[in-house]
Design a protein around this ligand. Structure first.
Ligand code: BMA
Length: 902
């Protein structure tokens, strides 16, 4: 039986006030803006201030249309239906001129029963997209009172009225591009007698290393009585039949070997939404672990159903589901049809421990009995143009997380429920997912129509995603509790808005999640002190998860991070500019100045540039020239986040996680990201690799006292020595001593503390360097793959702000060569040495895709630092290829602190 794939070329049409009549090809899955861009009808919205040039599109209606040919035989295959995984957003769908459905929520799939609308020969599918901005404004007008939301410099208003990616309407790091289009799978298929809507699997630890695996297969036989909510119209199909269904379940391990099999017989009285239930159990499965704690063993459960029609007259209905699994059908001997659905699962016992204690209430993620120190960042949609959200880019970003020793990502609520490939990769890489529901920085309506569409959305997303072992927690929204006090309307009438909030968040979102996924933690909001607590968790650090923004939004110094010990910090951030290479991709040469219109346009946080510049003067001597300003902004960002993470890690077990804001960018812009739009690592990402390492030696000055801590997240103790040295700016060691250490695993240990007043030399004449040498303990690869431990376990710290130190000019010599790595691939090796200590050394070769093994380091005289470049392409199908030696030599750029000023 053949599914008719509707991806590929469609025609996009619009009758525009600016562009006139347009008819261009549009590649689906994809968005209409990208099609207009490909046809050269609009300028690149990411360049210069072009974003402003395309704002008229927010008010335009679009039509997407395509024809398909169907033979009489195809029409005989069963009851036809249309499947759209995501329609963005307010549309009417017509088949052969007949309206078959209307949509207004891009976050759930639409399954549209086509009844008799198809014909043999040519069939036309047409989707009218109504401007979401206009639809949102209309809805807002009809409501009895205003529903306020946060706004950003370029903005489409009333985003909170429409179930569409909230940051499409602009954010404090993102452009306003109210895109429309079709994303994910889209096809026509035939139910015969029914279709698999969803395969649902639980993995429940029982006694003696046995796990129960309850399985539910949701199977819909279209016809009168089928409930699909508004997703299904024109139901057709067998009216009164009963079917005997055989369900074969098969569990395969990671190598594809079948480890369990079970067959069950079911009798269905159609039409209706049926549930086929079975339960398997497995002894001693291989467990799934987060990255850094063990392997990521995965299994696949396959369900195959065989049906044969029997006579009968009963009918049965059930709950409507709209999740389509990967379904394959095969004709079998006789009349029976086989349909198959698969899901990948993992066995892990994941708990979020939130217990009252003497401080308040803890928040610790625990996997298979082990407390996990959660390290990671917040994720925003990887591109404002959905057509550009490619699998390779997901792979690169998620690999970059693991390479920086991260084990958790937060899918932030102003973006999108991510694509399947995102969660598949998180499963494979061991990245735990903190999954927000898609509501952010706003109040939301609570009228019955809105609540019903949200109920469908949550149902769809939870049933789609809940088998992923990586998903650690469902969270209601981003900062919507805070929003209850942000606007004049909500301050004047908090009761009214808190009731709306609770109706939506607990009444619909939380309730639906609890029903569908009782095995996973539901967390009401981020930040939140926990269930049933509506306090603002922005400034109190005792309970639940915290968003700590006093450094940055409130302009406090980095040292303010020492004022709090969050139990779990799910947001804190500090901005920087992107690299020169990325700036060049949007900024013409004559505007490469921080206060030029283009540079200010690519900064969406109104105070952003001033905060960055103000802090140059707080900590550093003022940088000279544009390139040094970009560089120093990245140094400063790395230092800010490092200050927070190192301190909070030293406070283990009070604090058990830090996810900084933000991992990535959705267009090229100044932002809080550690990875630029192009995928290039900022200096913060290199710093993260060090400050998130499972074993880290950290040092900082707090209250005029130097503290050195050893953090060991592994479960093995460490024996060795720590060398504590003070070195002057000519490179001479002025004081040194060595301590033996023996420190247990899963803990943080203070190794040394010194009152700076006791130093026999001025505090601005030297810096501190600590070096850990491990004699016995976890292997080097556990410390910080793929480097040797001695490099990673260095800590360097200024005793006063660097601007007070008379750094000596350092002359760095470099040598580039090509070496073979252990896989036999050619790699670039850079060797560096210096005559004077050089701080915050940054190396870059613009144009090269990939990252250095290390960056943002201290270079000391008397040693040679060798760092390899890890090409993005190596290990992928394209394979790694290096640019010529002439190119790399001509483009190598080395920056360091003393050189940023004269
Ligand atoms: C956080 C986020 C985002 C925002 C960021 C920077 O609170 O949730 O809404 O982009 O701050 O301001």
């Amino acid at each position: 039986m053949s599914q008719i794939d509707l991806s590929g070329m469609w025609t996009l049409r619009l009758d525009s006030s600016v562009l006139g009549k347009v008819s261009v090809p549009c590649s689906i899955p994809g968005d209409c803006h990208s099609a207009l861009l490909a046809a050269n009808l609009i300028p690149d919205p990411y360049y210069g201030q072009n974003e402003l040039e395309v704002q008229f599109l927010n008010q335009e209606d679009f039509i997407l249309e395509r024809n398909i040919e169907l033979s009489p035989e195809q029409l005989q295959q069963g009851s036809p239906y249309l499947y759209f995984e995501s329609i963005d957003t307010v549309t009417e769908v017509l088949v052969n001129g007949k309206p078959v459905t209307q949509t207004n929520n891009m976050f759930h799939a639409h399954v549209i029963d086509l009844g008799c609308t198809l014909q043999s020969g040519t069939n036309t599918i047409r989707i009218h997209f109504h401007a979401a901005e206009k639809a949102a404004a209309q809805r807002a007008q009809q409501l009895p009172y205003p529903i306020p939301h946060s706004v950003y410099p370029v903005q489409s208003l009333h985003r909170n009225q429409i179930r569409k990616v909230q940051c499409h309407s602009g954010w404090d790091w993102g452009p306003c591009l109210m895109v429309s289009g079709l994303y994910g799978a889209c096809y026509i298929d035939f139910a015969s007698p029914g279709r698999i809507d969803n395969l649902s699997i639980r993995t429940i630890p029982a006694a003696d290393n046995t796990w129960d695996i309850p399985v539910t297969l949701r199977y819909t036989i279209p016809g009168p009585g089928t409930t699909q909510g508004s997703e299904t119209t024109g139901a057709s199909g067998p009216k009164t039949a009963s079917f005997s269904i055989t369900m074969n379940l098969r569990l395969k391990d990671g190598e594809g070997k079948t480890v369990l099999k079970q067959t069950t017989e079911h009798r269905l009285h159609g039409p209706g939404n049926h549930q086929l239930e079975a339960i398997l159990s497995i002894k001693n499965p291989k467990l799934w672990w987060p990255s850094g704690y063990g392997e990521q063993h995965l299994y696949t459960l396959e369900a195959a159903v065989w049906s044969s029609e029997k006579s009968g007259t009963e009918s049965m209905t059930g709950q409507g589901d709209t999740v389509q699994e990967t379904v394959q059908k095969t004709a079998s001997p006789g009349t029976a049809i086989q349909q198959r659905a698969t899901k990948r699962i993992g066995f892990r016992d994941l708990k979020v421990i939130t217990e009252d204690d003497e401080i308040g209430r803890s928040m610790t993620f625990q996997v298979n009995g082990k407390a996990i120190w959660a390290k990671g960042a917040n994720w925003i949609p990887l591109d404002s143009l959905p057509s550009r959200q490619t699998t390779d880019r997901y792979r690169n970003l998620l690999h970059s997380m693991v390479q920086a020793n991260m084990n958790m990502v937060r899918v932030w609520g102003g973006g999108q429920y991510e694509r399947d490939v995102f969660y598949d990769l998180c499963d494979e890489l061991g990245i735990l997912v903190w999954q927000d529901m898609m509501f952010s920085c706003s109040t939301y309506p609570a009228d019955p129509e809105f609540l019903e569409t949200v109920r469908r959305e949550i149902r769809f997303q939870v049933l789609r995603l809940k088998e992923h072992p990586s998903i650690a927690l469902w969270c209601g929204n981003n900062e919507n509790v805070g929003a209850l006090t942000w606007y004049p309307e909500t301050r004047a009438n908090r009761d009214r808005y808190i009731i709306d909030y609770d109706r939506l968040n607990e009444g619909i979102v939380g309730k639906t999640i609890r029903e569908l996924d009782p095995d996973r933690t539901w967390w009401p909001s981020s930040p939140s002190a926990g269930p049933n607590d509506f306090s603002d968790n922005w400034h109190s650090d005792g309970r639940g998860d915290m968003h700590y923004w006093s450094v940055w939004h409130e302009g406090k110094p980095f040292e303010a991070y020492y004022d709090v010990t969050p139990r779990f910090c799910s947001e804190f951030g500090y901005q920087s500019f992107p690299s020169e290479e990325t700036v060049a991709s949007y900024c013409p040469e004559d505007q490469r100045n921080l206060t030029s219109p283009v540079m200010e346009h690519h900064q969406k946080n109104p105070r952003g540039n001033s905060i960055i510049i103000e802090n140059f003067s707080r900590y550093f001597r003022f940088p000279e020239g544009f390139a040094n300003m970009l560089y120093l902004s990245q140094v400063q960002q790395a230092l800010a986040i490092q200050t927070a993470v190192e301190y909070w890690r030293s406070r283990r077990p009070i604090c058990m996680g830090a996810l900084y804001w933000q991992l990535n960018d959705c267009w090229p812009v100044a932002s809080w990201s550690s990875i630029e739009y192009s995928g290039k690592w900022k200096l913060l990402h290199y710093a993260a690799r060090r400050f998130f390492a499972p074993i880290a030696l950290v040092s900082f000055v707090k209250d005029q006292s130097l503290q050195v801590h050893l953090i060991n997240d592994t479960d093995r103790s460490i024996s060795g020595t720590v060398t504590l040295a003070f070195i002057n700016f000519a490179g001479k060691t002025v004081q040194e001593n060595t301590l033996p250490i023996h420190k247990a695993g899963e803990g943080s240990h203070k190794v040394w503390e010194l009152d700076l007043k006791r130093l026999p030399f001025p505090v601005n004449s030297a810096f501190f360097r600590g070096l850990l040498h491990i004699d016995e303990g976890p292997s080097a690869s556990c410390v910080r793959p793929p480097q040797e431990p001695d490099k990673s376990l260095e800590t360097v710290c200024f005793l006063v702000p660097p601007k007070q130190c008379n750094l000596e000019p350092a002359h760095i010599r470099s040598r580039l060569s090509v070496v073979k790595n252990y896989q036999g691939e050619a790699e670039l090796l850079l060797q560096l040495n210096t005559d004077r200590p050089a701080f915050f050394v940054s190396v870059d070769i613009p144009g090269m895709k990939g990252h250095w093994e290390d960056n943002l380091f201290t270079l000391l005289p008397g040693t040679t630092r060798a760092i390899r470049f890890m090409s993005e392409a190596s290990g992928t199908e394209e394979g790694g290829s290096l640019p010529s030696m002439e190119y790399v030599q001509a483009h190598l750029r080395i920056q360091h602190l003393r050189e940023s000023y004269h």
